[in-house]
Ligand binder design. Sequence first.
Ligand code: SF4
Length: 388
Amino acid sequence: MFGKKKRKPLGLYIHIPFCKSKCDYCDFCSLVPNNKGIVEHYTDALILQMEDWSSRCRKHTIDSIYIGGGTPTYLDIRRISRIIDAIYTNFKVEKSAEFTVECNPATADLEYFRKLRRAGVNRLSIGCQSAHPEELKALGRIHNYDQFVACFNDARRAGFDNISVDLMYGIPNQTEQSFIESLTAVTSLGPDHISIYALKIEEGTPFHAMRDKLVLPDEETEYSMYSHAVDYLAAQGYERYEISNFCRKGAASLHNLKYWHCDEYLGLGASAHSYFEDERFATTCVVRDYIDGLEIIGSDINIVASSEKIDSAKCMEEYVMLGMRLTDGIFIEDFEARFNTSFNEKYGVRLDEYVEAGFVEKDDRGYRFTTNGMFVSNYILSAVLDLE
Ligand code: SF4
């Protein structure tokens, strides 16, 4: 909230921590339920948490909702509809709000999409990852490419005119050629938004346990894949607006922009993160604790796993860290209006060191990474912000 003159609308994130099966690279908060009881209890707990937050959010309107996971479409339509109804009952949602639901291609069909659309959902984010069967298998995905295409077409038929698709590079045994084929195949469907992520081997995943045996593309190949994607998508009319995100004109994700602009959002559900009234906090990722903490009256389980007050210095650091992920980068005027301090003195001088090397671009309005710089942005930002 530092330096903001007017309260901006809030983003709302809802986490659904269930999946049909666990992918081998995944470290998200998600589990494969062994009975439907836990799913029903989780839905009840989520609605209780919304009711708890309803009065605290009375002064806020909501202009973006994002139901992510896990696999939100793992929930049957009755359960997800209960959650959507509870959102509208407990929060003031703007009529024009962006409303996204994440979807795994093996878990939703035309009828499901029609019901979501009727319930007010107007954007889907579908995880495709690759068009190659052996790559999908290597990742442990439960769908094949044909299922993804059928799912995409069903979503269009149900009336979704804003669809995002996730693709991945750096998959075991993936080649530059196979990545290009996936990119070309997905782009030919004409999604409105494409997110392209590098596979990361996270601790605690099956991939981490077998990391010495995985044949992964080297860094140079990964860089070629990424820069090919940037050029190819630009030629197809997709503008890169963030390191990993590309869109048709006007189809940038309003919800995700809130994260990169350091705007406020409330996250509900297990492992959800919030930035609300100058505080960042996260809910427990232990699903059972989350349910019991909310459902058992008088329970001493604290569902808040961490919280941190964000003072002006910390907020500035985050603003630069997140804002530099955007293709537009940081506008000096916006920074100075928000923090009432000189950007050039604070960060500009340090960023200047990377201008000559071709990693950062600078003009009268501000600073932004070049394509080369985006690929090594974490390293540069750690140095500029003095992070460990
Ligand atoms: S579908 Fe998504 S959340 Fe579920 S296991 Fe796979 S990567 Fe993780």
